[in-house]
Design a protein around this ligand. Structure first.
Ligand code: DON
Length: 304
């Protein structure tokens, strides 16, 4: 039997010693205030056992990790509409690469790059009565934790400097792949990205993906086929132009965010989440990737 607590403690002690902890994202100014020395890891098994080390209970900005939750909500509402408007291929490009969208006539490669996530935000706005409130409730229900909230300072900070996302959204509008106004869609998208969660809350949120679409504590569910599709997209697109390297080194489906979080999981087994705000050049958490690589190497718990 693997003793996850002992394994996580050993990995923590080793990884925290790294001299190069990466660079904290500063293109969203509010994120630059976060201390680079934060580092937490949490693991939750499908039978509800929790293990954690470091700052695993401290909330951070989940940023792009929210894209998987938004995609899940859009799929649960109306899956056909989603695949008419974007694809499921990895882009092999940075998360905010704009030129591909023009070459490919306004159809984003996948729902996890910024352009695809903005189309998903547009779909949610069209389907939800009170988009921001309803989406937050979905995340709270998924996690069974009603303390989760938006950080409006972070949302405003991204709004002030989000020129690339404005360009992307305008391009989507010009290709007629946006139903709502640019401002309304970005206001929703910036709020969605600003949601704060700790590693232990994220482990609960991602439980549904490890558990074939069924949450642990409530009746909310995706079908097995929907879960298979979302998980496949995480494996192939969840780490942008580093998705291949993440599969190669870690071997789990997952999703990263520029707040320094990573949520990954082994279907039918566990969810493992990490937070360390320093990023590598591809925008993924430096220590988080290192810790996850050590974890799957030591435990041999990967999908391959
Ligand atoms: O749209 C953005 O640029 C951010 N709100 C989210 C980007 C992000 O987290 C990319 N992940 N590694």
């Amino acid at each position: 039997m693997l003793d996850f607590q002992i394994i996580l403690e050993a990995i923590y002690k080793d990884v925290i010693k790294s001299k190069n902890k990466g660079t904290v994202a500063s293109y969203i100014p509010e994120l630059a205030c976060v201390d680079k020395n934060n580092f937490g890891v949490h693991l939750r098994t499908l039978d509800g056992k929790d293990y954690g080390v470091g700052n695993f209970n401290e909330p951070f900005s989940i940023q792009s990790i929210s894209k998987v939750l938004a995609l899940s909500k859009a799929i649960a509402l109306n899956e056909n509409n989603v695949w008419k408007r974007l694809g499921v291929e990895p882009s092999g490009n940075p998360f905010n690469r704009l030129s591909l969208l023009e070459i490919e006539n306004g159809i984003p490669r996948n729902p996890l790059n910024n352009d695809g996530a903005i189309v998903i935000a547009d779909i949610l706005i069209s389907h939800l009565k009170n988009p921001k409130e309803d989406f937050l409730n979905f995340v709270r229900t998924l996690t069974n934790d009603y303390s989760i909230n938006y950080n409006t300072k972070v949302a405003q900070s991204e709004k002030n400097t989000g020129f690339n996302n404005y360009a992307t959204t305008n391009l989507l509008k010009s290709f007629k792949n946006l139903e709502n106004s640019v401002d309304e869609v970005l206001d929703f998208y910036f709020h969605q990205c600003s949601i704060e969660m700790s590693c232990s809350q994220l482990s609960k949120a991602f439980y549904v993906f490890a558990n074939k679409g069924t949450c642990m504590l409530n009746k909310l569910r995706l079908t097995e086929s929907q879960t298979k599709r979302i998980n496949a997209i995480m494996l192939t697109c969840g780490f942008y132009d580093e998705a291949g390297e993440f599969a190669f080194k870690v071997g789990l489906p997952g999703k990263s965010g520029v707040g320094g979080g990573i949520a990954a999981f082994l279907p039918d087994n566990f969810v493992i989440t990490t937070w360390s705000p320093g990023l590598n050049k591809k925008g993924n958490s430096k220590l988080g990737m290192l810790a996850l690589e050590q974890f799957t190497t030591k435990t041999k718990q990967s999908i391959f």
